[in-house]
Design a protein around this ligand. Structure first.
Ligand code: CO
Length: 497
């Protein structure tokens, strides 16, 4: 290995050490930190962020990267690592200190305003700060640069390579196929979901969630599960990947699908190769691909009848009284209820994409300057009426529900939908390549599936761009029809359509 490359690698590992140290503090803040710890914790995190920025923006690192970028003796993988780091480095250099500080200040203020606005269900409290933030985001598009649509510059931060042109095509599929299909479901008689809403002891639910993670192949010697209000996954290295979940004594579904979802994210992080720690090759491909891993486990596996043909018996051992009058088919129907909802995070796996479609249409036009912040609530409410047929009673249940915009995260939402669409495409391919996969799942054995995901997706890290990876794995780029086929097949049978 060229000496310069070793030096580059050592520097990248130090950078990773700093950011993972911050991750430990963040994890602790969400899970264990006492309330008085907040003030100095904020300071500690800000110091680490400053160090990371200083270190990453150093001219010395820039020189190493530029030199290596000209070095023809590097292997394909080494070259790709250098290229990706150089892109991150160059993007980072485009921002002036003044802009970074202004953004960070505006985000802090916007977040506080959003919290108050949400609590009081009053968009006008958030609007002035959101206006400033949108103005800065529009500036950011110009700073970063784009070819066709300003929103492309923001998308690239979360899903490198994807563009408005591609997303328009994908969401056209949602509008033309999924929207009418779901209207058919809405018109059909509803299934019974009462099995989910009984009293279920918290400790037993917790034990069952640990079983679920173990069965998926989550390595407890390289991670742990805790409780937090909003479930999340965080990684300090592939050998320490933490998950959190939440538990509701009167709704069994919360813990089950939160756990499986985060478990899917965690399996991806545990499947990255430790020898590439700190390098792009040792980190996740994109947010969309990350979400594909959580959704594949949560929905394609975790909401299938095959999966519960095994797991339902195990669940029954914990809750014999509550489940004695129900079959696994009843349970399967209850976990797949489709109905219109106001809140994105409570939506089922099909109407979920209406929520994302709405945010995508709004963000794209807002960033392009085609309408202004004051028009947001009216536009939001109209779209919920058009797509979901429901009236939004107040802003807290509408335009104010999600935290993302207050954080300045524009371009993030689409990754949720494409994650599901990638998941459907990957799962279909896994079924083609792994003989008898459904039978294995019925018997509680998902090890071959995990092996397949490790080999095809996890171990590559960021070496391939998402669309390239998708082509490598499935032979074609992201194609919405796989999700549509999956939804049709599953819900036509569930709702007798
Ligand atoms: Co997720």
């Amino acid at each position: 290995m060229p000496e310069k490359y070793s030096l580059y690698k050592a520097k990248m590992q130090q950078l990773a050490d700093i950011s993972h140290a911050a991750s430990v503090l963040n994890w602790d803040q969400e899970v264990y930190m006492p309330s008085k710890g907040a003030q100095f914790r904020a300071q500690q995190l800000s110091t680490l962020a400053g160090l990371h920025h200083q270190f990453f923006a150093s001219d010395e690192l820039g020189e190493i990267l530029n030199e290596l970028n000209q070095d023809d003796s590097l292997t394909f993988e080494q070259k790709r690592n250098v290229q990706l780091t150089l892109k991150d480095y160059t993007d980072n250099k485009k921002y002036t200190t003044e802009f970074v500080q202004k953004m960070s200040k505006t985000v802090s203020e916007a977040f506080i305003a959003w919290q108050e606005a949400k609590q009081k269900a009053d968009f006008t409290i958030f609007a002035p700060k959101l206006k400033e933030l949108v103005k800065l985001k529009r500036e950011e598009c110009e700073i970063l640069g784009y070819t066709n649509h300003p929103y492309d510059a923001l998308l690239d931060q979360y899903e490198p390579g994807i563009t408005v042109a591609e997303l328009d095509e994908i969401f056209e599929g949602v509008k033309e196929q999924l929207v009418p299909f779901v209207k058919e479901i809405f018109a059909a008689p509803q299934n019974d979901e009462s099995v989910m809403f009984q009293h279920y002891d918290k400790d037993k639910q917790w034990q069952f969630s640990l079983d679920l993670l173990k069965d998926m192949g989550y390595d407890f010697d390289a991670g742990r599960q805790d409780i937090s209000t909003h479930p999340f996954t965080t990684s300090f290295s592939p050998q320490d990947v933490r998950v959190t979940t939440r538990v509701n004594e009167n709704d069994l579904s919360e813990i089950i699908w939160s756990t499986i979802h985060e478990g899917g994210h965690a399996l991806y992080e545990q499947g990255l190769l430790p020898e590439y720690y700190g390098l792009p090759q040792g980190s996740a491909c994109s947010l969309g691909i990350h979400e594909s891993q959580s959704r594949l486990w949560e929905n394609n596996v975790g909401r299938s009848l095959a999966y519960w043909q095994y797991q339902f018996e195990k669940l029954k051992k914990y809750f014999p009284e509550q489940l004695k009058n129900y079959t696994e088919e009843d349970f399967y129907k209850a976990m797949n209820i489709v109905k219109p909802s106001l809140i994105r995070t409570n939506a089922d796996e099909v109407t979920y994409h209406f929520h994302i479609l709405i945010r995508y249409e709004i963000e794209k036009e807002l960033i392009a300057g085609n309408f202004e912040v004051d028009e947001l609530p009216a536009l939001w409410n109209k779209k919920y009426r058009d797509y979901l047929g429901i009236d939004v009673p107040s802003d807290d249940k509408g335009v104010l529900q999600d935290i993302h915009w207050s954080h300045g995260s524009f371009g993030y939402f689409p990754t949720y939908s494409i994650g599901s669409f990638y998941a459907a495409q990957f799962f279909q391919q896994a079924n083609k390549e792994i003989e008898g996969l459904e039978n294995m799942i019925q018997k509680g054995d998902t090890s071959k599936l995990l092996e397949w995901l490790r080999e095809k997706i996890h171990k590559h890290g960021r070496i391939f761009e998402a669309n390239q990876l998708c082509e490598k794995v499935t032979g074609e780029k992201l194609n919405f029809s796989y999700f549509m086929d999956y939804a049709q097949k599953k819900y036509r049978s569930l709702y007798n359509l």
